[in-house]
Design a protein around this ligand. Structure first.
Ligand code: GLN
Length: 486
C-alpha cells in the first residue's frame, strides 16, 4: 500500500477500497515504526492528520475530491504551517508556531491532502547532507550510515522509506534534486517564480523555489497541479499561466534533442555515476531522442558566485531573527545589544553563523563591488550559457551530484568538499530554470539521479520526459530494504 502512486491511491479512495483515515493511520504507524532509524520528521501532526483525513473521506463521499484528496503528504519544515510548529531545522525557531499558512502548503491542503508532519532539514536550508539540523542528522534509508543529501533530506528520506506518499521540498542550490538523487526518488525544482514563496522561510530569496518530491514524475505532476501558479502574496510570482502538468505526460519523445554538457562529465565525477548517466541517456535514444555535446563554459564559476550571493541574501534575510519579534531569546540579557548578540549566538548553528559572516562581509562597503557585484555578473554569464544552449537543444542532461550519498560525518569538517557536492545543481538556480532529478540506477547499492534541465516554464515538458523514462525503466520503483520491515 505504501508503495502505490497518487493516482492509484486516489482511485482506491474513490472506490472505497480504503478510507483516508485508514491510509493516514497506516502511514502514521509506519512513521512510528521506522522513523526512529531515520530521523526524517521533526514534527508528526497526527491529530491534525486524522482530522484532515476524516474531512477528506467526507469530501470523497460527496464527490467533491481532487487527486490529492485524502493523500498523506509531508512538508519540509521550512513552509509555515498555521498552528503547527515550524522550525526550519533551527534552535532559533524551536518555539515558532506560525499564525499563517504558506501558499504551497495551503494549496495542497485546499486540494484535500492530509499533512502527516514536518520533515527534518539542514538549518535554514543551508547544507548538502542534512547534518546541519539542530534536530540531528537524517539517515539515508538505503544505508543508515550514509547521508540522505540536503537540505530537504527529511522529505527525501521519508518518501524513499514510504513514510509519506509524497513531500514538499525547497531548492536554493540543489536541495530538492540532490537529496532526491541520494535517496532514489523523483524531485522537481520549478522555474523561479512558478511556485509561490509566500510563507517559505527565506534563505536566499532570488534563488529559493519550492517544489515536489515524490516516487515518480507522475506523482510530482499531481503536486504541481496544486502548487504552481500566480500568487499575489509573492511579488516575484510569475503571471505566466500555469500548464496542465498531467495532460502531456504520455507524449512520445521522438525527435527530442538532448544536450550533454562536456563540463558535467569532467574531473570530479565518479566514473560509475558517469556510466549510469550515460546508460540513462542511451535509454532516451531508444525512445527516439537525439544527443549532442554542448558546453556550459562557466560551470566552474557557479560555486564561487553562489557561495557569495546565497550567503549575502541570507545575511540580510536572517537579520530578522533578533530575539525580539519571534524565535529564541537568551535568558537575562544585560541590555538590548546583549540580547541581540546572545540570542543570535545561541539560536543559530555554526554553518548558519559562518554564512551570515561571509554574506555580511561580501555586502560591506568596499567589498560589495569586489564580491557581490562580481558574483552577480558571473550569474548573468551562467544564465546566458543556459539560454544559448537551450536554443540548440530541448533539454540538458547530466548527473545531479558527482557521487552517490557519502558517509555521515565524512565531509562535515571540510566545507569546500561539501560545497563541491553542489557543482551540478547551483547553476540551475543562478539561471532560474527548472530541473529534475530522476532515479536512473544504482552504484554500489546507492541510488543515482539523472538531472534533466529545461527552459524557463518547461515543467510540463520535463515531467513528460521523466515520465516516459519511468514508463520504460523501474529504477523509481525500487524500495530500500529497511522500508519493507514494517
Ligand atoms: N547545498 C546548498 C547550500 O548549502 C544548497 C542548499 C539549498 O538548495 N537549500 O546552500
Amino acid at each position: 500500500m505504501f508503495e502505490q502512486s497518487i493516482a492509484t491511491l486516489a482511485q482506491q479512495l474513490r472506490d472505497k477500497e480504503i478510507s483516508s483515515v485508514e491510509l493516514t493511520r497506516l502511514f502514521l504507524d509506519r512513521i512510528q515504526a521506522l522513523d526512529p532509524q531515520l530521523n526524517s520528521f521533526i514534527t508528526i501532526s497526527d491529530e491534525l492528520a486524522l482530522q484532515q483525513a476524516k474531512a477528506a473521506d467526507t469530501a470523497i463521499a460527496n464527490g467533491s475530491s481532487s487527486s490529492l484528496t485524502g493523500i498523506p503528504i509531508a512538508h519540509k519544515d521550512l513552509f509555515c504551517t498555521q498552528g503547527v510548529l515550524t522550525t526550519c531545522g533551527s534552535k532559533m525557531l524551536n518555539n515558532f508556531i506560525p499564525p499563517y499558512e504558506s501558499t504551497v502548503t495551503g494549496r495542497i491542503q485546499q486540494a484535500g491532502a492530509v499533512m502527516l508532519g514536518k520533515t527534518n532539514m539542514d538549518e535554514f536550508a543551508m547544507g548538502s547532507s542534512n547534518e546541519n539540523s539542530f534536530y540531528g542528522a537524517v539517515k539515508n534509508p538505503w544505508n543508515l550510515n550514509k547521508v540522505p543529501g540536503g537540505s530537504s533530506g527529511g522529505s527525501a528520506a521519508a518518501v524513499a522509506a514510504g513514510l509519506a506518499v509524497a513531500a514538499t521540498g525547497t531548492d536554493t542550490g540543489g536541495s530538492i534534486r540532490q537529496p532526491a538523487s541520494f535517496c532514489g526518488i523523483t524531485g522537481l525544482k520549478p522555474t523561479y517564480g512558478r511556485v509561490s514563496r509566500f510563507g517559505m522561510i527565506a534563505y536566499a530569496s532570488s534563488l529559493d523555489q519550492g517544489g515536489p518530491m515524490a516516487k515518480s514524475a507522475e506523482d510530482c505532476a499531481h503536486l504541481m497541479q496544486a502548487i504552481a501558479g500566480f500568487d499575489d502574496k509573492d511579488s516575484t510570482s510569475s503571471e505566466t499561466p500555469k500548464e496542465d502538468y498531467l495532460a502531456n505526460l504520455n507524449a512520445p519523445l521522438a525527435g527530442l534533442k538532448i544536450g550533454l554538457p562536456k563540463e558535467y562529465f569532467g574531473d570530479g565525477l565518479d566514473t560509475k555515476v558517469a556510466d549510469t548517466i550515460m546508460a540513462a541517456v542511451k535509454e532516451f535514444e531508444k525512445l527516439g531522442a537525439t544527443v549532442k555535446e554542448v558546453s556550459l563554459p562557466n560551470l566552474q564559476l557557479s560555486i564561487p558566485s553562489y557561495y557569495v550571493i546565497a550567503p549575502s541574501e541570507a545575511s540580510s534575510n536572517l537579520s530578522r531573527f533578533d530575539g525580539v519579534r519571534f524565535g529564541h531569546r537568551c535568558d537575562d540579557p544585560k541590555d538590548l545589544l546583549d540580547m541581540y548578540t546572545r540570542s543570535r549566538a545561541e539560536g543559530f548553528g555554526t554553518e548558519v553563523q559562518k554564512r551570515i559572516m561571509v554574506g555580511t562581509y561580501a555586502l560591506s562597503e568596499g567589498y560589495y563591488d569586489a564580491y557581490y557585484l562580481k558574483a552577480q555578473k558571473i550569474r548573468r554569464l551562467i544564465k546566458e550559457d543556459f539560454v544559448n544552449t537551450l536554443n540548440e537543444v530541448d533539454v540538458i542532461m547530466g548527473p545531479v551530484a558527482p557521487t552517490t550519498a557519502f558517509d555521515l560525518g565524512s565531509k562535515t569538517n571540510d566545507p569546500v568538499a561539501m560545497y563541491l557536492e553542489d557543482i551540478y545543481t547551483l547553476s540551475v538556480n543562478l539561471a532560474g530554470i527548472p530541473a529534475m532529478s530522476v532515479p536512473a540506477g544504482f552504484v554500489d547499492n546507492m541510488p543515482v539521479g539523472l538531472q534533466i534541465m529545461g527552459n524557463y516554464f518547461a515543467e510540463a515538458k520535463l515531467l513528460n520526459i521523466a515520465h516516459q523514462y519511468q514508463q520504460n525503466t523501474d529504477w523509481h520503483l525500487q524500495t530500500p530494504t529497511m522500508a519493507k520491515g514494517a
